[in-house]
Design a protein around this ligand. Structure first.
Ligand code: NAP
Length: 364
């Protein structure tokens, strides 16, 4: 009898432990995601819903059909609320953050228009002023335990004085004067917004963690084509006849969403997190695309036939790897970007598909 009793206890204990393990980490937690219908934010909302969170997603117009993909996500009917908010409208942001335990601030203009990115005299572009609004709202809402801010590689690498052997990591900052001189208002705005977020968070006692994604590729959930998808689309639809003599780091959108959630859920997370899989020259990108999708007019010539080939810089993603993130190889991400662009009708399907099994490990 004793033995049976022990077995019963153990069985019940194991079942209880298993049940405890199965409680989704986000159950009972409400989080706000700004710009919820954007490319990165859509994947973030999807992941948060899968993890049991209740999500208040801000969009400029909840009734816009371009948000339909969010409403169709698993769990959305029960746990997704779309809140109408422009980043420049503090009261709307404050209402969206109300009752939240966390905030993911991903909304930002993604443009080189200086008026949208940074202060026009005395005013304030969405990138910078919106960020200040989000930090202020998080501080005033009371229950927010962490704000995760989506910054960018644009706030990290635009530094003409960085030596070729420097490993780009979280300690690197873009040179604001250089961004201004080269009229790179997107990078300027993201760097200024990140600095403004850090300052505001410090002043108001808000726990802020920053994710700095590099150029984001991978499948689209939203119906529209975002700026980083255009970076790939232009090499397939004939609009780019040549590729640039330039290098760029890439990461999959699903890894970017996972990084946001990881740094939110890990109590010890702090500071910045570079989110990158690898650095490629544009020639490498077009080679991968041409191998995977030979049916498209992928450029074969570089627009710069004079200067030596730009060398990829070294970059560390160790901080995120230390949090357990394993990055999707860029060739897989590029494949899925193209399949997704086809599926959503942005790119005609021309046949000659390479079977998925043959794709792994395709490199330039
Ligand atoms: N994709 C990349 O390669 C990449 C790389 C590094 C960092 N990031 C950063 O990641 C974040 C998301 O970018 P994404 O690629 O997902 O771009 P996206 O699809 O264009 O998403 C941006 C979102 O911000 C919203 N937004 C812009 N201005 C706003 C305003 N004034 N008020 C309210 N909402 C506003 C947009 O809403 P509307 O649709 O209404 O305009 C959109 O939902 C941005 O902060 C971007 O800087 C992106």
């Amino acid at each position: 009898m004793t033995v049976v009793a022990v077995v019963d206890d153990d069985g019940a204990g194991a079942a209880a432990a298993q049940q405890q393990e199965e409680v989704p980490p986000g159950r009972g937690q409400t989080v706000c995601v700004t710009g919820a219908a954007g490319y990165i934010a859509s994947w973030l909302v999807k992941l948060l819903l899968e993890r049991g969170y209740t999500v208040k997603g801000t969009v400029r117009n909840p009734d816009d059909p371009k948000n339909a993909h969010l409403k169709a996500l698993d769990g959305a009917a029960e746990r997704l609320v779309l809140c109408k908010a422009d980043l420049l409208d503090y009261d709307a942001i404050r209402a969206a953050v109300d009752g939240c335990h966390g905030v993911f601030h991903t909304a930002s203009p993604v443009t080189d228009d200086p008026e949208q990115m940074v202060e026009p005299a005395g005013g304030g572009g969405g990138a910078v002023r919106g960020t200040q609004h989000v930090i202020k709202a998080a501080a005033e809402a009371g229950a927010v335990r962490r704000v995760v801010f989506t910054s960018s590689i644009g706030a990290v690498t635009m530094d003409p004085n960085r030596g070729p052997d420097v490993v780009v990591d979280e300690s690197c900052w873009s040179d604001l004067e250089f961004c201004k001189k080269t009229k790179n208002w997107y990078c300027y705005g993201k760097a200024v917004a990140e600095q403004a977020a850090r300052r505001a968070a410090e002043e108001r006692g808000v726990d802020l963690v920053v994710v700095n994604p590099v150029l984001v590729v991978g499948p689209l959930l939203q119906p529209t084509v975002n700026a980083s998808a255009v970076h790939i689309l232009k090499y397939l639809d004939g609009s780019a006849r040549k590729y640039a003599n330039a290098v760029q780091a890439y990461v999959d959108v699903r890894d970017v969403a996972a990084a946001h959630v990881r740094v939110f859920e890990e109590p010890a997370a702090s500071g910045r997190y570079l989110c990158a899989e690898r650095v490629l020259h544009r020639e490498d990108v077009v080679h991968i695309l041409a191998k995977l999708f030979p049916e498209y007019p992928v450029p074969t010539r570089c627009s710069d036939e004079v200067n030596p080939r730009k060398q990829p810089y070294k970059m560390s993603n160790k901080k995120l790897q230390d949090l357990g993130l394993q990055f999707i190889p860029v060739s897989d991400s590029l494949h899925e970007t193209v399949k997704s662009l086809q599926l959503k009708g942005h790119l005609p399907v021309l046949g000659k598909e390479i079977p998925a099994a043959g794709l792994n490990g395709v490199t330039a």
